[in-house]
Design a protein around this ligand. Structure first.
Ligand code: NAD
Length: 492
């Protein structure tokens, strides 16, 4: 067996305790690696969501609300350390949720879970305030200074692709700013959010500060949460269409939103790039986490003189990937997260062929002849030859696949990269410093990497333009969203 059930039944985590859902409904968590049921999860009904939100509201005026910033930051540092102390438990939970290679979760997801609390604990302690001295009409003076108050109860709606990392990316700054949270993790990945409840209790986070409700989106926990009138802000990471639905829900009561949405990201490889680095970086950006990364590359533009060589080197790289479960020796790519998601990605694989793509490699489901055949594996796939209007070039697929197209000039490739409804990120590969600085600001996205991908400093702005998001998180941008500023004016 590739995966052991570690938490056979997930209750909700409300007001510091694991409780069953009063809805009486449960749903199954399926292993992406074997296709078997590995956990049963309580589905929160409207009443459960109401209890969670009310617990979060009450906690705002309890011991949590009375703590000094330094005390709160200290607790979050404890939390960060406690996540690291339980590293192996989080690792098991993460790979049970996603089926990703253990090495990947060990290197990326779990360390970031802890870092998301430590970083914002530091930031909140160092947050200064603006100050202005003002001349008053009577010839006197007033001083103005700003304070940051917590926004209140924050609804955190997170996706399944990097469940712990993306959930704590929101919970960390929200709690650092003194808010309380109700988290609705993806129904596909319930483990890590549930486990985090235990750690919150262990380090003494007051009850009601962190709550978890499980369930689906429409007409389920997600919708009930975003509709709840006591929710003060909604932070969401997921699909653009879901963002549109949540925005309508947030409009009632004028709740603030922060959205991190889909992408259709371009990598641009100039002829003067270090091709070894460009191929290695594109292998990572197209295929890591089985292509289920919002920042992943699905469009690759390569300058014509190196196009042929790049295509054959990326093909070789893709064909060298080792597909398998978290602990398969040498594994470099796990399965897609669910059967439903694999059906979606496969529908694009079929469409690419119908549209006349040249399938450079992949295009289907691998056959292993062992228990992996029960999982949701898919071949890494590269296409060429599609028109720029094809849905393969325009829509987010969220699988291990990319289309490669040649270009002839800087001007042309900037236009190609920008010809998208999305605007999340881009990677530029060139050894020409002037070109890098000239091109990067012209790409209409929230993040540009030059000769790298996925490098993150948590103090920097993160988010997308166009249909890739609303607002920015990261560093002071997170603090901006998770707080209400007030100006205090004192007449002297
Ligand atoms: P999704 O939109 O299907 O679901 C995300 C979450 O929203 C889940 O918890 C789901 O239950 C909930 N939800 C769905 N409908 C809802 C509704 N009407 N009201 C309230 N909640 C609702 O996304 P997914 O399939 O879990 O994740 C993949 C998507 O996330 C991709 O589009 C990817 O690009 C995007 N993503 C973006 C970023 C980013 O930072 N920009 C990061 C990771 C993933």
């Amino acid at each position: 067996m590739l995966q052991q059930p570690i938490l056979p039944e997930h209750g909700l985590f409300i007001d510091g305790a694991y409780v069953p859902a009063t809805s009486g409904r449960m749903f199954e968590k399926i292993s992406p690696v074997s296709g078997s049921v590995i956990a049963k999860v309580h589905e929160a009904g409207r009443e459960d969501v109401d209890r969670a939100v009310r617990a979060a509201k009450a906690a705002l005026s309890g011991p949590w609300g009375k703590m000094t910033v330094v005390e709160r930051a200290g607790l979050l540092q404890d939390l960060s350390r406690a996540i690291n102390d339980r590293f192996d438990d989080f690792l098991e939970a993460e790979i049970a949720d996603t089926g990703k290679p253990r090495s990947l979760a060990r290197m990326v997801d779990i360390p970031r879970g802890g870092a998301n609390f430590a970083t914002f604990a530091d930031m909140i302690k160092n947050l200064g305030a603006e100050f202005f001295e003002t001349a008053t009409p009577d010839g006197g003076r007033a001083i103005n200074y700003g304070v940051h108050r917590p926004k209140g109860v924050i609804a955190v709606i997170s996706p399944w692709n990097l469940p712990l990392l993306l959930m704590t990316w929101k919970v960390g700054p929200a709690m650092a700013c003194g808010n309380t949270v109700v988290v609705k993790p993806s129904e596909i990945t319930p483990h890590t959010a549930t486990l985090l409840g235990e750690v919150m209790n262990a380090v003494g986070i007051p009850k009601g500060v962190y709550n978890v409700i499980h369930g689906f989106g429409p007409n389920s926990a997600g919708e009930f949460l975003t509709q709840h009138p006591l929710v003060d802000g909604i932070t969401f990471t997921g699909e653009t269409r879901t963002g549109e639905a949540i925005m309508k829900q947030a409009a009632v009561g004028l709740r603030d939103i922060s959205f991190e949405l889909g992408g259709k990201n371009a990598a641009i490889v100039f002829a003067d790039a270090d091709l070894d680095k460009a191929v290695a970086g594109t292998m990572q950006s197209a295929f890591s986490n089985c292509g289920q990364v919002c920042l992943g590359t699905e469009r690759v533009y390569v300058e014509r003189s190196v196009y042929g060589e790049f295509v054959s080197r990326l093909k070789k790289g893709a064909e060298g990937l080792v597909l398998g479960g978290p602990d398969t020796p040498g594994v470099s790519m796990g399965p897609l997260v669910s059967e439903e998601h694999r059906d979606k990605v496969l529908s694009y694989y079929r469409l690419a062929e119908e549209e006349g793509a040249t399938v450079v490699t992949g295009g289907g489901v691998p056959q292993f002849g062992d228990e992996r055949d029960g999982g949701f594996f898919i071949q890494p796939t590269i296409w060429t030859g599609l028109p720029d209007t094809s849905p393969i070039i325009r829509e987010e697929i969220f699988g291990p696949c990319c289309h490669i197209r040649p270009f002839d000039s800087e001007e042309e490739v900037i236009a190609l990269a920008n010809d998208s409804d999305y605007g999340l990120c881009s990677a530029i590969w060139t050894e020409n410093l002037s070109r890098a600085h000239r091109v990067a600001p012209q790409i209409e996205v929230g993040l540009v990497w030059v000769n790298s991908w996925f490098l993150r400093d948590l103090r920097t702005a993160f988010g997308g333009s166009k249909k890739s998001g609303i607002g920015r998180e990261g560093g002071e941008h997170s603090l901006e969203f998770y707080t209400e500023r007030a100006n205090i004016c004192v007449k002297l």
